[in-house]
Design a protein around this ligand. Structure first.
Ligand code: ADP
Ligand code: MG
Length: 208
């Protein structure tokens, strides 16, 4: 069974809820190695996304993701706004005007999202950013055959592991890099939010 625009919108609403529930945690993570705004930035952005979905839900998966992208770009700010915005925009472009998603198109969309984040932020694995969560997630998605739900679940597991792997890293990109060696010993907030978003998508796919 494929995922329609309304399934994708449901996944985004679930992600918004998870971001809200984890707002304070993300603030604390960013307080340790940044400027303490990541949780509030994302909460504000996803709240705006849900308002727009409530007002007028788009009729293709790509249009839903494009709405997410443009809203995050205009409301989130900081490094994460443009990076997540680019990720959702590239994912939307990879889907074209398909009415439904399947596991192949979801895997392609994840790869496109990662490519967009890397094109925009120039971070590599090991730099202590969201790329450390998204890269293993994309690899896991590419190696799974089966349902969208199985694919997203594998991606979410890999992202969570990838986020944990940032703890000992010294940041080489973004605000945390200003701390140099002192950035080690803390989990990167953007890698945590990436893992949370993917888990919310996977949980939604598992229910539909
Ligand atoms: P800011 O750093 O501007 O305050 P946020 O706090 O919202 O923005 O987001 C910080 C997160 O953005 C970091 O934890 C990291 O995961 C991610 N990030 C920062 N710079 C980059 C980059 N160049 N490439 C990928 N991700 C990045
Ligand atoms: Mg910050």
């Amino acid at each position: 069974m494929g995922c329609t625009a309304s399934d994708v919108a449901a996944a985004i609403r679930a992600a918004a809820l998870v971001v809200q529930e984890h707002r304070d945690e993300l603030v604390r993570l960013d307080q340790a190695i940044g400027d303490a705004d990541h949780g509030e930035n994302l909460r504000r952005g996803f709240t705006a996304v849900v308002s727009k979905l409530d007002a007028d839900e788009p009729d293709t998966p790509a249009k839903v993701l494009k709405l997410v992208a443009t809203t995050l770009i205009s409301t989130v700010g900081g490094a994460a706004g443009p990076l997540y915005g680019t990720a959702f925009l590239r994912a939307a472009a990879a889907l074209g005007d398909a009415a439904e998603l399947d596991s192949d198109s979801v895997a392609r969309a994840l790869q496109a999202a990662l490519d967009g984040v890397v094109a925009r932020g120039k971070a590599a694995v090991g730099d202590k950013t969201m790329v450390d969560a998204l890269t293993p997630a994309v690899a896991a998605a590419a190696s799974v055959t089966g349902s969208v739900s199985a694919l997203l679940s594998a991606a979410a597991d890999a992202a969570a592991e990838g986020a944990e792997s940032t703890v000992p890293m010294v940041a080489r990109k973004g605000r945390a890099s200003y701390l140099g060696e002192r950035s080690a010993g803390h989990l990167d907030p953007g890698s945590r939010s990436t893992a949370l978003l993917l888990r919310a998508f996977a949980d939604t796919a598992a229910k539909s």
